[in-house]
Design a binder for this molecule. Structure first.
Ligand code: SF4
Length: 345
């Protein structure tokens, strides 16, 4: 398979030009077209000779990505469903607020990890996304959301487990961050994992200032294994050890995502257990109200119960935030749109 243009670093593209017998400076021109002028085809790059564009289109194609649908929420959230060259579906969600706009992106088509509250795992894993495909969803969304605002943050929290596709994801992170490409500050890029311990350990050694977010969702092994099968492979003791080491070695705070499910994950017992896991080191917990998916039997606690749970954690010395649900009217939670589209097929 030919290398995809959006998955190449500037240095790699210079090498490709040299291999094709073309001057290396052309690579910077191409980067300018893609990352500054939002070109998404070789034909658009009018400063390049036509014959060269034809040669490049054959040697370095753009990834095939087709916007299958786009839904706009009343809160401004915009959700894209993309189809790839082989018919696989992925999602990206643009989430604007007053001061920033985050783009949540996918790293795989489908997911192996089958978390018990997530629509992405239904139907299983199909394949990894290439770096070019990861970047293509970003470039597409950046261009089509430009009128609504600039993408300031990138979050790997869409379909798939980023650490299961480690190399392609990390290469995309470096491209997102590169001054000659998208130039998004490392601190504004978040990788979210379900708790794949080897990935956490590996990321700690990358020397990147990016954010690490871990889906915790339960405070004890039995419950976490029930909600997240990954816990059977990497139980809480191992996960927390890797997270503490990450915080110690990088000096960066680890965020734990935590879904509040009525009568299950937000009891008084959960507060005590979470305090033991999280007190006294560089971490915080981000509470999310359970977003019901038809297939799963979980319900959202009342606002009063959620406020109480947060206050109890804070009293125990745990740094706690709430994630405001966005785009509920367009099924913006991970995998919901993709799942609905696959079901209707
Ligand atoms: S939460 Fe993440 S890791 Fe778990 S099934 Fe969904 S996409 Fe996969």
């Amino acid at each position: 398979m030919a290398a995809e243009i959006c998955g190449l670093t500037l240095k790699e593209l210079e090498g490709q030009f040299q291999a094709l017998g073309e001057p290396a400076y052309r690579a910077a021109q191409v980067f300018d077209w893609i990352y500054k002028k939002h070109a998404f085809s070789w034909e658009e790059m009018s400063s390049l000779p036509k014959i060269l564009r034809e040669k490049l289109a054959a040697a370095l194609p753009f990834p095939v990505i087709r916007e299958k649908s786009v839904s706009l929420s009343s809160d401004g959230t915009r959700k894209f469903l993309f189809e790839l060259f082989d018919g696989q579906l992925i999602e990206a969600v643009f989430i604007p607020t007053e001061k920033r706009a985050a783009l949540c992106i996918s790293s795989q088509a489908g997911c192996k990890f089958g978390c018990g509250f997530c629509a992405s795992g239904i139907g299983g894993w199909k394949r990894h996304l290439s770096t070019g495909e990861i970047m293509a969803q970003v470039l597409w969304a950046v261009k089509s959301c430009a009128a609504q605002g600039e993408v300031t943050h990138i979050v790997f929290m869409g379909v798939g487990e980023p650490f299961d596709n480690y190399d392609n994801v990390l290469k995309a992170v470096r491209l997102l961050n590169a001054p000659e490409a998208l130039k998004i500050a490392a601190r504004r890029i978040t990788i979210s994992t379900c708790g794949v311990v080897p990935g956490i350990k590996r990321l700690a050694g990358e020397g990147l200032q990016i954010e690490l977010s871990v889906s915790l969702h339960a405070s004890r092994d039995a419950l976490r294994s029930q909600l997240m099968p990954v816990n059977r492979k990497y139980p809480l003791s191992e996960l927390m050890k890797a997270c503490r080491a990450y915080a110690r070695d990088t000096g960066r705070q680890v965020t734990f995502e935590y879904i509040m499910i009525k009568d299950l994950t937000c009891t008084d017992k959960c507060v005590d257990e979470l305090a033991v896991l999280m007190r006294g080191w560089l971490c915080k917990i981000n509470l999310i109200a359970c977003n019901p998916v038809g297939e799963f039997p979980y319900t959202t606690p009342s606002p009063k119960e959620m406020i109480r749970f947060k206050a109890m954690l804070e009293r125990q010395g745990v740094i706690t935030t709430f994630r405001t649900p966005r785009g509920r009217d367009i099924a913006a939670a991970c995998g919901q749109l993709r799942h609905a589209a696959r079901k209707s097929r």
